[in-house]
Design a protein around this ligand. Sequence first.
Ligand code: GUN
Length: 298
Amino acid sequence: MAQILDGTPVRAQILASLKPRIEGLRRPPGLAVLLVGHNPASEIYVRNKIKACAELGIYSELLTPPESITTEELLETIEDLNRRADIDGILVQVPLPAQVDSRRVLEAVAPDKDADGFHPLNVGHLVAGRPGPRACTPAGIIELLKYYRVGIEGRRAVVLGRSDIVGKPMAFMLLHENATVTICHSRTSNLVEECRRADILVAAMGRPALVTSEYIAPGATVIDVGMNRITDLVEATRLGKAAEFERKGTALVGDVNPVDVARVASAYTPVPRGVGPLTIAMLMANTVALAERRACSA
Ligand code: GUN
């Protein structure tokens, strides 16, 4: 039987470790969250981020400019937040509307308030192996692997997906843990063979249940970052999600076929409750670390 790598206890441990650090600060850490427009998935993510702040004693401020906002207006909002003494972290939920220059907006966040680790300076710190805020999802995956004592050093890790949010930072974090890392993507030739060489396979390309048994080496550890909603009953049934579909009218699947991974892998993260809980925990960790750094330099 494959081991299920449940993210819930890992999140609980991370959040518990943050509580005394928050209590040790002179004022609560402050996180500003910018949610532009009404992307339904973003609204759910942001709601959960704000809720996590409240539970932990982090001050949060939600800004919800309209879908029609211009780049210049967003830049002004971010400049205001950069100047505020009570705000330690700023998060701009992506994707942003098409008319907004996302790169300029993300680069406008002060690097020392960059709660997501998306600013190029902090990406550079990651690449150089220097401290700084790290992209939350891959940082959470490293915590999960360590919690469950999945060895990384010397192992062959394959990252499927090359996004700025997950794939690229994940590859560097695994490299810094001394894995031998390959990044695969939609144009990779022999994708199945590349993936099947992995001791640790991280699937993050946003394609429902793409990773089937032939992608997975027997005994591998498989980390599923995907979050895809299935609206077809036949497909949901094939993926072992018939009961969920009956209850909700849709089913959530990752980028990994849940039936196959349970059969072939030695350990894997479920969807939901695998990687998901860790993203927010690491956002909280980044926010607390930024607040501590500001308190030290004040
Ligand atoms: N959109 C999807 N994931 C994330 C994330 O981790 N941070 C932000 N800011 N936006 C996202």
